[in-house]
Design a protein around this ligand. Structure first.
Ligand SMILES: C[S@@+](CC[C@H](N)C(=O)[O-])C[C@H]1O[C@@H](n2cnc3c(N)ncnc32)[C@H](O)[C@@H]1O
Length: 184
């Protein structure tokens, strides 16, 4: 009997990931992850371990670097034992509100997914227990489609899709104008 194979150690984490992927280096959003074949809805695209940052280190150091554009919000786990009473001055109502979240660096491909405001095809979820982010196809994805997630509403960059939309609108209104001149 081989105890090693019969009993799955609880610290063994399956790393499910799709092989139908490629990286493109020169998109309007920088590098991006694309589907090389069709990917059915619900497929696990990647399972990425994260590095949870100390909130103070993040504020003092990481936020001042390029890494700032790669980190994900991450809830702080409550300490196993109640913290000793603080010597810091307390607010008037006596309730100190410690920050309940920090940031995490997603290792591997997770940090390469770009944002789409209107056409995300990948959804991500946190596995807090195992300190992972899991990416799944939100719908069927066609070959050569970019795989995009949502970064939320507060972007720290100009959305390339918005800029493209604005260009298209500009072109459309020019065409309208030409049409009117032609008809006049
Ligand atoms: C997590 S990184 C994604 C990978 C990145 N494109 C790269 O080349 O390393 C986030 C950065 O990608 C770029 N990005 C992501 N989505 C974008 C979008 N919709 N429009 C423009 N830039 C985007 C921004 O520069 C953003 O700070």
């Amino acid at each position: 009997m081989n105890g090693h194979t019969e009993q799955q150690p609880s610290n063994k984490i399956a790393l499910e990931r799709s092989t139908s992927l490629y990286l493109l280096s020169n998109t309007p959003k920088g590098r991006g992850v694309f589907a090389s074949h069709s990917i059915p809805k619900g497929t696990i695209i990647d399972t990425c371990p994260v590095l949870i940052l100390d909130p103070q280190e993040n504020a003092t150091h990481v936020e001042k670097t390029a890494l700032y554009h790669y980190t994900y919000n991450w809830p702080l786990r409550s300490p196993p034992h109640p913290a000793p009473p603080s010597k810091q001055p307390q607010p008037a109502n006596g309730v100190r509100k410690p920050s309940s979240r920090t940031q995490a660096v997603v290792l591997g491909l997770g940090s390469m997914f770009n944002h789409s405001t209107h056409d995300q095809n990948v959804v991500w979820t946190r596995d807090l227990e195992n300190e992972l982010v899991i990416y799944r196809a939100l719908r069927d994805v066609a070959p050569d489609e970019e795989l995009c997630i949502s970064y939320g509403d507060h972007l720290t960059f100009v959305d390339a899709e918005k800029a493209e939309g604005a260009k298209e609108e500009e072109q459309e209104s020019e065409e309208d104008m030409l049409g009117r001149i032609g008809l006049g």
